[in-house]
Write a protein that binds this ligand. Structure first.
Ligand code: SF4
Length: 200
């Protein structure tokens, strides 16, 4: 890496890091810690295969014990509900409750979403592509899974049982249809497409 490239990359990395800190608000907004906000956002965005403590621990790059404590506090406060898995007795699915969804609407993180939404669409796409690349590289370096959505996943196929007016697609990994509303949810099993371009 040349000194010029190094300086540019360092400046960009510092900006990303500072944006992440700013996006967390004052770190204790509306009675939740930043870790609890991260969990609330995660369980509001994750698909049905990924709403578990283990998947959240992976996503938040933390230990299962720490993730479990964060989730437990949100369940106790009534922001998450826990449903035992019908196939795995040791696992539960976590869902946002109505109270959790109401609080999520006041998330300080949405200021960052608004700031990005103000960018021209082409710049938003470039920013998303650049950050996806950086995130994938970092996840690879640290031996972590890169989370992503169906629209950029190599496991997404058109559903073989699809009717002409049925918008479902098939996840080839789990062999289950995915509704159109699920295609934009984040998934622990995500496997980036070779060309990293999004599917229509
Ligand atoms: S297609 Fe990919 S992202 Fe979507 S559910 Fe399947 S593994 Fe997860």
């Amino acid at each position: 890496m040349s000194r010029q490239t190094d300086k540019r990359a360092t400046t960009a990395a510092e900006m990303v890091s500072h944006v992440a800190r700013l996006a967390q608000g004052d770190g204790h907004a509306l009675g939740l810690t930043s870790a609890q906000w991260t969990a609330l956002r995660y369980f509001g965005r994750a698909n049905r295969f990924s709403r578990t403590v283990t998947a959240f621990a992976d996503y938040h790059a933390t230990t299962r014990g720490t993730a479990s404590q964060t989730v437990k506090s949100l369940v106790t406060q009534g922001y998450l509900s826990r449903t035992p898995s019908s196939t795995d007795g040791r696992s539960s699915r976590l869902d946002l409750t109505d109270k959790g969804r109401t609080l999520r609407e006041q998330d300080p993180f949405d200021d960052l979403v608004g700031a990005i939404a103000d960018l021209p669409p082409a710049l938003q796409s470039q920013l998303t592509a650049a950050l996806a690349h950086v995130m994938g590289r970092l996840a690879d370096d640290r031996g972590k899974r890169p989370f992503g959505t169906c629209t950029a996943c190599s496991y997404l196929e058109n559903c073989i049982c699809r009717q002409p007016d049925d918008p479902d697609h098939l996840c080839a990994l789990v062999g289950q249809p995915m509704a159109a509303t699920e295609l934009d949810e984040i998934c622990i099993n995500f496997e980036p497409c070779g060309d990293s371009s999004e599917k229509p």
